[in-house]
Design a binder for this molecule. Structure first.
Ligand code: BEZ
Ligand code: FE
Length: 274
């Protein structure tokens, strides 16, 4: 590396090159095998666009996104009280999700087999326990057919996703679907690799969340239904004990028969970026 490579670039790439050479030596990698991997990487790139991220999916089935998520979370834990546990972003988040009023039902066309849930909670400062007003809670989920709206021409644009802004008590509330397990897309190199490894494609039922507030470190996470299949063998390794939730029965609400309370704890930003 030349003298103007940054110290972190030197550290990360030095380590990467050392490990990838050791890996090739250790398993006696042949030219044909290496070229098969190059072709898979190229296929992943060719399949990716603004609706699909196959490179990320390849990292997910190898457990890499979950591992770097955990390393990042462990670093955050060292600096104070436990913030809400994080989990991987996954490939289906959209930057242009609309902000919706609290109380909105994000399931615009509830499928016949869908169960509506009243989901609500508070966003608080992890140190003081004080509510954080004007925090954004960004939520997205798949429909009961296992597809996110951008994968499914029969769902409306931005169905089953929305950003909610907390009130002066730090509260957010909305209606959504009880999530159901779904298989990750298997029509590209990630699916091909799962087949070659004799592994299944299923993810346990989950809802994705991202919470952001001025002056606080953002959190990306997922919450998992405690009654779901695949909690112990998620195809992308994202389940953590602290992220498993229970849906309670909800009475006297004509909109929803289930309820989920989920509070989020954020830590103040200590680092400044220039
Ligand atoms: C998801 O939860 O949306 C997801 C995460 C990783 C890979 C595929 C899907
Ligand atoms: Fe998901």
């Amino acid at each position: 590396m030349g003298p103007s490579a940054s110290p972190r670039m030197r550290e990360v790439m030095g380590c990467f090159i050392q490990h990838i050479h050791d890996f090739a030596r250790e398993c006696n990698l042949t030219v044909d095998e290496w070229m098969a991997a190059v072709k898979m990487i190229n296929w992943a790139g060719q399949m990716s666009d603004d609706k699909r991220n196959e490179g990320q999916l390849m990292c997910d089935i190898l457990g890499l996104e979950s591992l770097v998520d955990d390393i990042t979370y462990q670093k955050a834990l060292k600096s104070g009280k436990p913030v809400t546990a994080s989990a991987i972003l996954g490939p289906f988040w959209r930057a242009d999700t609309p902000t919706r009023p609290n109380g909105t039902n994000i399931s615009e066309d509830t499928p016949e087999d869908g169960q509506l849930v009243y989901m609500h909670g508070r966003v608080t400062d992890v140190e003081s326990g004080e509510p954080i007003p004007n925090a954004t809670v960004d939520i997205w989920q798949a429909s009961t057919n296992g597809l996110y709206e951008q994968q499914d021409p029969n769902q409306k644009e931005h169905n089953l996703r929305g950003k909610f802004v907390t009130n002066s008590h730090g509260e957010y509330w909305l209606y959504c679907l009880r999530p159901t397990p779904y298989p990750i897309p298997n029509d590209g190199p990630a699916g091909k690799l799962l087949t070659l490894l004799d592994r299944h494609e299923w993810r346990p039922a989950h809802i994705h969340l991202m919470a952001l507030a001025d002056g606080y470190k953002p959190i990306t996470t997922q919450i998992f239904d405690k009654d779901s299949a695949y909690l112990s063998d998620d195809s992308v390794f994202a389940v953590k004990e602290g992220l498993i939730v229970s849906f309670a029965e909800r009475k006297q609400d004509p909109q929803a028969g289930l309820e989920l309370k989920y509070d989020i704890r954020l830590a103040r930003c200590t680092e400044t970026f220039s």
